[in-house]
Design a binder for this molecule. Structure first.
Ligand code: XMP
Length: 609
């Protein structure tokens, strides 16, 4: 376990360290290494080399910088004097080349995308691979001269030093990314490095760690008590269950905050799960009046999010400040997992993506006082699931689709004023080429164009079949070509033909609208389970849009497949099933149309807000 203060308490195993130079690649690398059975930590690239003595090998990750930039992240002196196996990846490959006396040359252009790596000579790093392997490149600068003692072990058409190595000293550099799925044999390369070259014992199995984590909880908590906020999600439930098992239910108090935006039956399900596992009782705090009150009249998506985030903190602070939890007899338990800590700036290089709600100011203060317990602080999501299985939590709970913190509030779109769909000649023509009719709907949703977020209008294919081979082509072209739209959805069912007479109408976040969305969302969940397609999709947001012919609403389905949510593909649910599902949704009073989102991420995001 890593205590909230950050001390690693895993000493007895072989471990790898991934040195982080920014970007998010380091998590992919660490996760892949752990899947191979070796525990991996992430530390900033400029970590004092003395701190790295306990690791059996070092991986230098990629990062967005150029080694020529003034503020380029780099190691402290002495890193390259550590006699450990090292693997540099992308930017890390260039750092390694420079560190050992090679030359890096600034790139004039960026090489981005797939390439074929020609394996130049036999090396343990590429054991078991073919003569040529597809790899994923993303770099500008390149290594033009390998350091003394190294040789070129792989090249691509555009990159003469695609890979380099010094087998005797066990030092390797790869210009491409072995950790991404676009390098299909990348895992074999990592396995060669970790298990065979570095000879790390592959004995990291998170499910075997239950007793150790429980012992550490007892150690850290002593005779104090622990207060937990439960969300019904996997992380907080597993953290709570471990703590109850470690300390006994009488030493743990759970509070479940009902915001009013939970899914139908959510609260009952959580209560049922806890009762079944004999996890003691928890308190349900109905804060829905506060949430709905604060969001009255608000239509702008970012404002909705901010209000919800702040209110969460306020409600939690109020509970923490309640007489019964004040004082040093209490700790706050949290389900924070490894990437939550790192994303929040836990290492100096990781770009801060969003301040995680487990790291807001009040909580940082408690952490400084040693009053925060994070039993899952060193685990990734799939590892938390393995722990949950070992504890006996139901598969239903552990394998649930990810669900956002702000819950249905960000799936209930609002509009400040009435608006009509409009025609767009270029988009119409691109759609018609494949037999679809298109309209632009002035409802803006989030997308990602390049590195930036975009808010743009929705393209509605009002007519045409749900034939994925036909519809995905024009949907892709339209979102890539025209910046005024970032999402395409196809009408898959409606009470009347959807046309320019339909209207977006003024709508805010009300109990009635959330209730309507809960009903539609429940229909979708049941349908996916009933037809055993729940596990074929990674997530299936159900979104409510204030769009109708007679003042009613529209439901958009957003089933996607994904590995980690960073990118996502449209899930291809069988068209006849979708038609049946649309009929069931239309039977909900107040719903006039059903859409199927046919946009990949990027350029769209998974959630619409
Ligand atoms: P996007 O919409 O960014 O979503 O493609 C990627 C993943 O993140 C989830 N998500 C959130 N989770 N709070 C959360 O806890 C949020 O504000 C939030 N926004 C998006 C989303 O459900 C998907 O799994």
């Amino acid at each position: 376990m890593i205590s909230a203060k950050g001390s690693v308490i895993l000493k007895e195993m072989d471990k790898i360290v991934v040195l982080d130079s920014g970007g998010q690649y380091c998590h992919l690398i660490a996760r892949k290494v752990r899947e191979l059975g070796v525990y991996a930590d992430i530390k900033p690239i400029d970590t004092d080399p003395a701190e790295l003595a306990g690791y059996c090998a070092i991986i230098l990750s990629g990062g967005p910088s150029s080694v020529f930039a003034d503020d380029a992240p780099g190691p402290q002196d002495g890193l390259f004097a550590i006699e450990r196996p090292m693997l540099g990846i992308c930017y890390g490959h260039q750092l390694l080349a420079r560190g050992f006396g090679g030359t890096v040359t600034p790139g004039k252009t960026q090489e981005l995308g797939p390439a074929d790596l020609q394996i130049a000579s036999s090396t343990p790093l590429f054991a078991g691979l073919g003569e040529s392997e597809p790899v994923w490149m993303n770099h500008g600068d390149w290594v033009s001269e390998v350091p003394p003692g190294f040789r070129v072990i792989g090249m691509t058409d555009d990159c003469p030093v695609g890979a380099m190595g010094d087998d005797a000293r066990k030092l390797y550099g790869l210009q491409f990314h072995p950790e991404v799925i676009h390098t299909p044999r990348g895992k074999q390369m990592l396995e060669n490095f970790v298990a065979h070259i570095s000879r790390c014992a592959t004995d990291w199995h998170p499910e075997d760690r239950v007793q150790q984590v429980e012992a550490q909880i007892r150690d850290e908590v002593g005779d104090r008590k622990v207060l937990f906020f439960l969300s019904g999600g996997v992380d907080s439930t597993v953290a709570y269950a471990l703590t109850v098992q470690a300390l006994g239910a009488e030493h743990v108090h759970g509070v479940y905050v009902d915001t009013g935006f939970m899914r139908a039956h959510e609260t009952d399900e959580i209560e049922h799960n806890f009762a079944r596992l004999d996890l003691g009782t928890f308190e349900t705090l109905d804060a829905s009046d506060r949430f709905f009150g604060a969001l009255e009249g608000v239509t702008e998506p970012e404002r909705k999010r901010k209000i919800i985030g702040q209110l969460f903190v306020d409600v939690q602070n109020d509970v923490v400040a309640r007489g019964d939890f004040v004082g040093h007899d209490w700790m706050l338990g949290q389900g924070t997992i490894y990437p939550d800590r790192i994303e929040s700036g836990g290492t100096s290089q990781a770009a801060v993506i969003k301040t995680h709600h487990n790291r807001v100011a009040g909580i940082e203060e408690l952490i400084a006082q040693g009053r925060v317990l994070e039993p899952l602080g060193e685990f990734y999501k799939d590892e938390v699931r393995a722990l949950g299985r070992a504890l006996g939590l139901s598969a239903n709970l552990l394998e649930r689709h990810p669900f956002p913190g702000p819950a249905l509030a960000i799936r209930c779109l609002c509009a400040a004023e009435e608006a009509a769909p409009h025609a767009d000649a270029e988009i119409e023509s691109a759609a018609r080429a494949e037999g679809y009719e298109a309209l632009l709907l002035p409802v803006r949703s989030v997308g990602v164009h390049g590195d930036a977020r975009s808010y743009a209008e929705l393209t509605l294919f009002t007519q045409g079949p749900l034939d994925y081979d036909r519809v995905l082509g024009p949907a892709n072209r339209i979102t890539n070509q025209f910046r005024r739209t970032n999402r395409v959805a196809l009408v898959v069912g409606s009470d009347a033909p959807v046309d320019a007479t339909w209207r977006i109408h003024n709508a805010t976040l009300t109990r009635d609208r959330v209730r309507l969305l809960q009903r539609a969302d429940d229909v979708v969940s049941r349908f996916l389970h009933e037809h055993e397609i729940y596990h074929d999709v990674w997530q299936c947001p159900v979104v409510l849009l204030p769009f109708g012919k007679n003042g009613g609403e529209t439901i958009a389905l957003r089933p996607i497949t994904s590995v980690d949510g960073m990118t996502a593909q449209v899930a291809r649910l069988p068209a006849d099933r979708v038609t049946d599902l649309a009929k069931r949704i239309l039977a909900v009073d107040g719903i006039e149309a059903v859409l199927y989102d046919v946009s990949h991420k990027p350029p769209s995001t998974i959630e619409w807000e």
